[in-house]
Structure formats: structure tokens, C-alpha cells
Ligand binder design. Structure first.
Ligand code: KIV
Ligand code: ZN
Length: 519
């Protein structure tokens, strides 16, 4: 199958969400899905419906509300998984079921304890069952990059025969080297009977920092779909970064001769949104979307740039949506200017959420002279983060200093409108606040990460607190902003506690249909 456009399959909401601390609530997943649609991705892998009730709900909501891109759900090669995936996807006009089963000797022997014949049989059955539901079926031989080439060829051939329309070749553990991986794709193109009936896809992990290079090499050998994530988030070292792949194809058409349907001007806003929602910060020198990606420090470089931008810039920052100057808003800025900026920053708020944001913006403008993009992002964030609140903060005070035992007093509202108060001492003021909230809500979590940063510049800048906790083996995170950093910390911690409680309630309501230890 030859194409002039590479299909961009985004798995931020599935593989990306699997990275520790990156879990998102339903509202956040919907916001990201909407941003991915605006970005122009061809396929959104919305989740793994059998994995948990929350995953199922998210895939179903995305399938029901996001129309345009193909919406895909992941399933192992077994009837329960596939039926559940279809249940979540069935109301979307362009559904895809993605079934996978490991094929490498290591996975066959140690994880699955299955012979080659059994693998082929199950893979074929899985594809056929999915095909019974929809035309668009993708099959992934997991750990394909470490699978014997003749066996991989056989599995791919049989799954195409069974009806798979996309065959994905995952480098599950990031083991491949570009030229070797390219040869795998070339081999399949040459030796698999019926290969012209399927799109070859690639899915590369970044354990050796080669995910993007491997994906691009595969394109040179005829791959038609790339699976990737925003900011490269994903299991362990992550997946191939969407923004790097798209900008490589755009910057070097002379070499690749293929494009994508991505609206590159939305890259930066989508990257920021995913970073905010997941709490996973983008490294400063990250290609394309890092803070330094278009910053020039050396005098010689600055001189060259002033004479001709292309002397030191291979991409135009405007192409990824990086405006030259940041628009500064203030208390005289109107609703229209704010709305336009919120949308340019990649947020989709309904009228009610925007009205609340506008009121918060005016209140902030009374405390703070200049409102920067980061301030607006923080306010918009708070609007989309809001999951169901079991507890809300009424007041927090703390006492700390040299020679003092740090202590905190917290007052919370419960969901029935009752106020409760408690005090604790701690190792520091933040520890005392968190201990008090844990006591009041009777919820014990293990704090894994706590970070504070200023969201914009100036003495009156807002502080943003990021909290990550572990609860029953799952990492959950939340962020909050305020001009008072103690309040920001309390709000972020309380948000994470609310998530834990809501999650627990959902788990109690719907018990998962299957465990995820075996394929
Ligand atoms: O890395 C991997 O192999 C996967 C598959 C499920 C496609 O994520
Ligand atoms: Zn993966």
C-alpha cells in the first residue's frame, strides 16, 4: 500500500496514560481527545476498555462524543476483551478494534507459556472475532522487534488472511536499531502474501532513545502508520514523540516525500495541555516543544538569526504555534480577548466553565498586575481538572519557622455541607497540612512527589503545586495554583484525595471483568 500521507495514530490516552503518574480522569481524557482531534490525528487510541471500569467509561465517552478521527480501543486476543472493547466503541462512526498478542520467544516461553501454533491460532481467532464487530481491525504481534523473522512473517500473513486491515510491528521494549528495524519492515513487505491489503504500522518505545529514529526508518521502508504520543510519554522511557515525527516529516520533505494531516500550529498547545493534565513536565531541551527548542543564547547565533532566521533555525517556531511575543492580559482585558487566548492555548471550555474562568481571571487581575499565558493555562486547567469533589477546602493555616514545631489547621466541607476541622504537627508545614487532610478525610496515601513552581514571572506570580501519590499500587497526581503556595499545596493534595475516593467508589460499583496479568 503506497501513500503520500502517513497515518498518525495517537496513543497518548492508552500507552501514554500507562506511564506512572500520568493517569487522567474522565474530564481530562475528553479534553485531551478533543485537542487531538483539533490537532488532526487520524486515529485516537482512547484506552484499554477491559483494564478498568474507568478505562471503559473513558473509551465509551470519547467514542460517543469525538467524531472525525478513527476511535480505537485495545484488546487482548480473547473474547471478553474484544467484546468489551466493542461495547465501548460501538456508537462511533469510525471504530477500530486493536487486538494484540505477544509473539517473541521470550514472551511465548515465560509469559504466555504457549507454542507457536497456539499463538497463531489465538491471533487469528482474535482478529476474526473483532472482524465480526467492525471492518477496521488492527493486529499487533507484541514484542515483534524481538520475534524470529520467519515466525513474524507467518503470524502477519495469517492475521491479514483473517481480516486485519492494519498490522502493527511493535518494538515493545525499545530494543531495535534503525537499520535493523527498517529491514524487518522491508522483509514483511517483500515476503508476506497479501501484505498489500494491510497498512503496516510501527509502534516504537524509547528505551534506547531510538523510538523516533526507528519509526522514521520504517517509513523509508514503506510503513504507512506511526503510533506515537504527545511529548513522547508512555511506558518506561516512553513512546515515539508525535511532535518530533511530524516535524521531521515536515522539515525534510526532500528526504521522506510524505506528509501528515497534522495541523502543526496546534502542536505546542497540545503538548502543554498534556503536560499540564498528566503533571509530566517537558524537559527544557526537548526537541520541538522544549522551552529551549527555539531559544538562542550564543551571540554568534543571535547575530546570524537577526540577519536570516534560517541560519540557525531549521523550523519556523510559528509552525508549531509558538507566538513571537506572549500576549499579556490585565484587569482591563475583556471577555472576548480572554476567550480568544484560552482557545489559542488549546482549551475547550463550555459557556459555564468559561464564565467561571472569566470571574477567576478578574479576581486574579485584582491581585496581579499582568496575566501571562501560564496564568491563563493554570485557570483553564482548574476548570477541566475538576472531577467530582467529595471534600472542598474552606481554610488552611500553618505555622512554621526556626525553633517552632510545624503545625497546620485545616477546615473542610464534606459533600453534605458539613464543616470539619482538625490540626496536626508535621516534619514541615506542608507535611502538617497533608497529614491533617489525610486525618479529616480518613484516606491514607503514600506521597511520591511534591513540587512547587512559579507559573509566571514577577513578585506577584502564582505558585503551582504538583502532588503525586500512590494508592493501592496506582499513581495519581493533581495540580493546583494560587498566589498562596500553602493553599495551592492543600488544594492539590485534596484534589488527589478526592480522586482516590471517587476511584474507590467506582471500583466498588463495577468490579472489573478480568485481571490483566496474562494475555
Ligand atoms: O508496546 C507494545 O507492544 C504495545 C502493544 C499493545 C501495541 O503497546
Ligand atoms: Zn507500547
Amino acid at each position: 500500500m503506497s501513500q503520500d500521507k502517513i497515518i498518525i495514530f495517537d496513543t497518548t490516552l492508552r500507552d501514554g496514560e500507562q506511564s506512572p503518574g500520568a493517569s487522567m480522569n474522565l474530564a481530562e481524557k475528553l479534553e485531551v481527545a478533543l485537542a487531538l482531534k483539533d490537532l488532526g490525528v487520524d486515529v485516537i487510541e482512547a484506552g484499554f476498555p477491559i483494564a478498568s471500569p474507568g478505562d471503559f467509561e473513558a473509551v465509551r465517552e470519547i467514542a460517543n462524543t469525538i467524531h472525525g478521527p478513527i476511535i480505537c480501543g485495545l484488546a487482548r486476543c480473547n473474547p471478553l476483551d474484544i467484546d468489551r472493547a466493542w461495547e465501548a466503541l460501538k456508537d462511533n462512526p469510525k471504530p477500530r478494534i486493536h487486538v494484540f498478542l505477544a509473539t517473541s520467544a521470550i514472551h511465548r516461553e515465560f509469559k504466555l507459556r504457549m507454542a507457536k501454533e497456539e499463538i497463531v491460532r489465538r491471533a487469528v481467532e482474535g482478529v476474526k472475532r473483532a472482524k465480526g464487530y467492525c471492518q477496521d481491525v488492527e493486529f499487533s504481534p507484541e514484542d515483534a522487534a524481538r520475534t524470529e523473522l520467519d515466525f513474524l512473517t507467518e503470524v502477519v500473513e495469517k492475521t491479514i488472511e483473517a481480516g486485519a486491515t492494519t498490522i502493527n510491528i511493535p518494538d515493545t521494549v525499545g530494543f531495535a536499531i534503525p537499520s535493523q528495524y527498517g529491514k524487518v519492515i522491508a522483509h514483511l513487505k517483500k515476503h508476506v502474501r497479501g501484505i498489500e491489503r494491510a497498512v503496516i504500522s510501527v509502534h516504537c518505545h524509547n528505551d534506547l532513545g531510538l523510538a523516533v529514529a526507528n519509526s522514521l526508518e520504517a517509513v523509508m521502508e514503506g510503513a504507512g502508520q506511526i503510533e506515537c504520543t504527545i511529548n513522547g510519554i508512555g511506558e518506561r522511557a516512553g513512546n515515539a514523540a508525535l511532535e518530533e515525527i511530524v516535524m521531521a516529516l515536515k522539515t525534510r520533505p526532500d528526504f521522506f516525500k510524505v506528509g501528515t494531516s497534522i495541523n502543526t500550529k496546534k502542536i505546542l498547545s497540545t503538548s502543554r495541555l498534556v503536560s499540564h493534565v498528566t503533571g509530566i513536565q517537558v524537559q527544557r531541551n526537548k526537541a520541538v516543544v522544549g522551552q529551549n527548542a527555539f531559544a538562542h543564547e550564543a551571540g554568534i547565533h543571535q547575530d546570524g538569526l537577526l540577519k536570516e532566521r534560517t541560519t540557525y533555525e531549521i523550523m519556523d517556531p510559528k509552525d508549531i504555534g509558538l507566538a513571537k511575543t506572549e500576549l499579556v492580559l490585565g484587569k482591563h482585558s475583556g471577555r472576548h480577548a480572554l476567550k480568544q487566548r484560552v482557545e489559542e492555548l488549546g482549551y475547550h471550555l463550555d459557556d459555564k466553565a468559561f464564565q467561571t474562568l472569566f470571574e477567576e481571571f478578574k479576581a486574579l487581575a485584582d491581585r496581579k498586575k499582568e496575566i501571562y499565558d501560564a496564568d491563563i493555562e493554570a485557570l483553564a486547567e482548574a476548570r477541566i481538572h475538576t472531577g467530582p469533589s467529595v471534600w472542598t477546602l474552606e481554610a488552611v493555616t500553618c505555622n512554621a519557622g526556626t525553633g517552632t514545631i510545624p503545625s497546620a489547621v485545616v477546615a473542610l466541607w464534606d459533600k453534605d455541607g458539613n464543616i470539619v476541622r482538625e490540626a496536626s504537627i508535621g516534619d514541615g508545614p506542608i507535611d502538617a497540612v497533608f497529614k491533617t487532610i489525610s486525618k479529616l478525610t480518613a484516606t491514607q496515601v503514600t506521597l511520591k512527589d511534591f513540587r512547587l513552581r512559579s507559573v509566571s514571572v514577577g513578585e506577584d506570580a502564582q505558585g503551582e503545586a504538583h502532588v503525586e501519590v500512590e494508592f493501592q499500587g496506582k499513581h495519581l497526581s493533581a495540580r493546583a495554583v494560587s498566589t498562596d503556595i500553602i493553599e495551592a499545596s492543600a488544594l492539590a493534595f485534596l484534589q488527589v484525595i478526592n480522586r482516590v475516593i471517587t476511584r474507590q467508589a467506582a471500583v466498588e460499583r463495577i468490579k472489573p471483568t478480568a485481571g490483566l496479568t496474562e494475555t
